[in-house]
Write a protein that binds this ligand. Structure first.
Ligand code: AVJ
Length: 326
């Protein structure tokens, strides 16, 4: 094995200066909508990200541990579809935990984490670079819901996107296709995507996963109101709202809401927002797919599904697909 002569934590960094999200504007828009909603991306402040980690540890929330098991059990087979020396791109890389399960087996030449939080991205990129001395790490600060661009073009390099965690489930199916088309544009014909997707299953299992016994999911949902109180000068009384999550069978998705326990008025900055008893703020959709439904979605974006791995209980799936050459 050759160890590249790079300094311990050397990385390349590309800043695309993503537009900072307008928390205030988006929250007010959502709360003044006829059907109140707040986009799920706002869950993930520092506290919210910690609570999300607690969700993943809860006995009922199976997706994270199941996907990790699938990646661990099948890393060798996965690597048959992906060239060593590829450029491995991860949109929304966050803590880059799951990619670590693949790096030693996949042996990409470049790992490109992409994230909107610049400081955290650089820290994680440096950690990976220190730990995997043979790997070049090229971090890109970018909003992956915008049009993603690569900082340079490597026409001859096999480009593969890694999108784990069933993050794709947060998109409306039509937006999921647009996102996948954006990925197709980056990886180019011959490139591919390795993507984790939560599966449709008995609704009791789904309902339990989003109403875990430790209360972490409820905390995660309610933390949104704490964050609004702290950052936007609002006065939500957390005792007057409750976590609500259920599988909507017609739509094929788990919905999360914050339900008002009574008729009340809340002020956000200088705006008064009134709630009827049982009125909700819709905070998240988490779409679930059958293997065939998701393969159709991949095909609609131009990908060719080549292989799918699941766990023994068919809870979760990891798909590999490529973008055909013509
Ligand atoms: C990170 C979006 C995949 O939808 O299961 C977990 C977020 N919300 N529990 C999911 C979440 C409530 C999670 N995703």
């Amino acid at each position: 094995m050759t160890i590249k002569d790079k300094d311990n934590d050397d990385i390349q960094f590309y800043d695309f200066h993503p537009t900072p999200t307008d928390f205030f504007g988006e929250v007010l828009d959502g709360l003044m909508n006829e059907k109140k909603f707040i986009p799920p991306k706002f869950f993930y402040n520092e506290k919210g990200s910690k609570i999300f980690d607690a969700i993943c540890e809860s006995p009922e929330y199976y997706p994270t541990r199941t996907e990790i098991e699938i990646l661990q059990n099948n890393a060798a087979e996965i690597s048959k579809y992906i060239d060593a020396d590829c450029l491995l791109i991860e949109p929304g890389s966050g803590s880059s935990q799951k990619v670590r399960l693949l790096l030693d087996t996949l042996k990409p030449s470049v790992y490109m984490p992409m994230d909107i939080s610049k400081d955290y991205l650089i820290q994680i990129a440096k950690d990976i670079s220190t730990e995997y001395r043979w790997l070049d790490v090229h971090a890109a600060c970018i909003d992956y819901t915008d049009k993603i661009k690569l900082p340079y073009n490597l026409d001859d390099v096999h480009k593969v996107a890694f999108f784990p965690g069933s993050s794709i489930g947060n998109f409306e199916p039509s937006d999921a296709i647009k996102f996948l088309e954006n990925i197709a544009d980056i990886v180019k014909p011959g490139g591919g995507i390795l993507i984790g997707v939560d599966l449709k299953k008995n609704s009791d299992v789904l309902n339990a996963a989003y109403n875990d016994s430790t209360g972490a999911t409820a905390d995660f949902n309610l933390n949104l109101l704490t964050r609004i109180n702290e950052e936007l000068d609002a006065d939500f009384d957390l005792n007057n709202f409750e976590h609500s999550a259920y599988y909507n069978d017609t739509k094929g998705r788990v919905e999360m809401h914050l339900k008002s326990k009574k008729h009340q008025t809340v002020s956000v900055a200088d705006k008064d927002i009134s709630f009827l008893e049982n009125e909700t703020i819709h905070t998240e959709n988490s779409y679930k797919y059958t293997l065939h439904e998701f393969q159709d979605l991949l095909r609609a974006a131009g990908f060719e599904p080549l292989r799918v791995w699941t766990d023994d209980n068919d809870l979760f799936s990891v798909h590999y697909c490529n973008l055909p050459l013509n």
